[in-house]
Design a protein. Structure first.
Length: 282
């Protein structure tokens, strides 16, 4: 079998390959021409978690670089980061983005790195747009939550600048906003992230989002993940449905058995094993 290794990735190559339907698990990818449904396991390292909420939560550039390297070695094919400033507050400022991306890329230069742009970081859609337009170092991809003010304009800006847009979809309304914007086919992938605390409610939410996406007929990769109580069930459900997924301290502090995870590495490794077990791919 012909493999495309993550060491062959650049930001432009990653976006081109993703558009062609190439996804990664454990740092490798296979083409859809080989009629195999590959899986992306993305490591979500920190989220908006408060510093100190978990002993291994990475916040500084060096901590994020170390956590990212370990996550890749454990099976992650991409990294998702909430960038922090020198006071460990979430930030979208150009200097903070550049510092974190440069540091993390120096350790894992071949792995796609994405960042959060969620509304709460800045709290104003126009100001967020202005700040993002000033980025001097670009991530490989960025998540844009389509339930937020200014999401369509932000996604358009990122796409025009060659940054992959991971469309964050919390519900069917967000999915509709994305597809009705006309940007759906230009997104890197649709990321379904139901915030429901009860699994059955989360699955109903997913079904509603799927219905919107299916009706629109936009053929982009889909990623499904949950939070806290739904994190592990949705990792497994994503794999059963042939979707990409993610794992890490942003989504849960626990392993599948309910015990507290040591760090991101332990969570990612367990998720990789679950994906391999369910999918049959190693």
């Amino acid at each position: 079998m012909s493999l495309i290794h993550s060491s062959d990735y650049s930001r432009r190559a990653f976006l081109t390959m993703a558009g062609a339907g190439v996804v990664a698990l454990g740092g490798c990818a296979v083409t859809q021409q080989e009629q195999i449904r590959p899986f992306l396991l993305k490591a979500a390292l920190n989220g908006g978690r408060q510093p100190g909420s978990h002993p291994a939560l990475p916040t500084t550039a060096d901590e994020l670089a170390n956590a990212a390297q370990n996550a890749v070695e454990a099976g992650a094919g991409a990294i998702h980061i909430h960038v922090r400033d020198s006071e460990v507050n979430e930030s979208l400022r150009s200097e903070d983005i550049a510092s974190v991306l440069t540091t993390v890329r120096s350790i894992i230069p071949s792995t796609p790195i994405g960042i959060s742009t969620h509304f709460g970081i800045v709290g104003d859609a126009e100001r967020r747009q202005e700040i993002v337009s000033m980025w001097s170092v670009l991530p490989d991809f960025a998540s844009v939550n389509f339930n937020e003010p200014g999401s369509v304009a932000l996604a358009q800006l990122l796409i025009e600048n060659g940054v992959g847009v991971e469309a964050g979809l919390f519900n069917a309304d967000a999915a509709a906003t994305c597809v009705e914007s006309g940007l759906g086919s230009d997104c890197l992938r649709f990321m379904m992230e139901p915030r429901n605390r009860v699994l059955e409610d989360a699955l109903s939410n997913v079904a509603e989002m799927e219905a919107v996406l299916d009706a629109a007929g936009v053929d982009r990769p889909r990623l499904l993940h949950g939070f806290r109580a739904t994190a592990w069930p949705l990792i497994e459900e994503a794999t059963r449905r042939g979707y990409d997924t993610r794992a890490g301290l942003e989504d849960t502090f626990e392993l599948a058995d309910g015990s507290t995870a040591r760090d991101n590495t332990e969570i990612v490794a367990e998720a990789a094993h679950a994906i391999a077990r369910i999918s049959g791919y190693s």
